[in-house]
Write a protein that binds this ligand. Structure first.
Ligand code: HEC
Length: 150
């Protein structure tokens, strides 16, 4: 018995649909601007992880690497206001509408984080350890106010 080519194509489509875990009538449409701001946040997280690992002795302290991580963190935080300025949204965003209801307050949260990043000390491990908590709480403070739970 010869299988119908259309039937095979349908099977393939069905497999893709099942494996992707996405309902066929709800395509995952991501907004480019939302993806861009999430990418900026991911970059901040990657940079912060380097410093946190050094601080926790899970990575050797290295002044040059610590400075590079701080620079990357500062870059991401400097981009933050532009990335969030417009209320772009899609079904996967965790940004709360409160961001745009009081934009100056959100900007202040972003500035607090920028200041904490400027305050990061990379000259020695003890100095890094002393200055890292303020950075982490600036991230968390903004998230607890402006990011929805998953
Ligand atoms: C001024 C507010 C603010 C600050 C400061 C901030 N974030 Fe965020 N962050 C957000 C918001 C809002 C979202 C949700 C964005 C979305 O889903 O559209 C987010 C999302 C994230 C995400 C998830 C990205 C994704 O892929 O969905 C990570 C990781 C993250 N932030 C890390 C950090 C780290 C690390 C810091 C500190 C260095 C930081 N953030 C500082 C507001 C902030």
């Amino acid at each position: 018995m010869r299988r119908h080519p259309t039937g095979l194509a349908l099977c393939a489509l069905l497999a893709v649909w099942l494996l992707s875990g996405v309902r066929a009538d709800e395509p995952v449409v991501r907004d480019e601007a939302v993806l861009a701001r999430q990418a900026t946040m991911k970059s901040a997280k990657a940079a912060l992880a380097v410093l946190a690992e050094m601080s926790a002795l899970r990575r050797n302290f290295d002044r040059a690497a610590a400075r590079a991580a701080r620079a990357r963190l500062q870059e991401a935080l400097a981009d933050l206001p532009d990335r969030f300025e417009q209320p772009y949204s899609d079904r996967h965003t965790r940004a709360r509408p409160e961001i745009w209801e009081n934009w100056p307050a959100f900007l202040r949260s972003a500035e607090t984080a920028q200041e904490a990043a400027r305050g990061l000390r990379t000259s020695s491990l003890p100095a890094l350890r002393r200055s890292l908590p303020a950075m982490m709480s600036a991230c968390l403070a903004c998230h607890s106010r402006y990011r929805t739970e998953r």
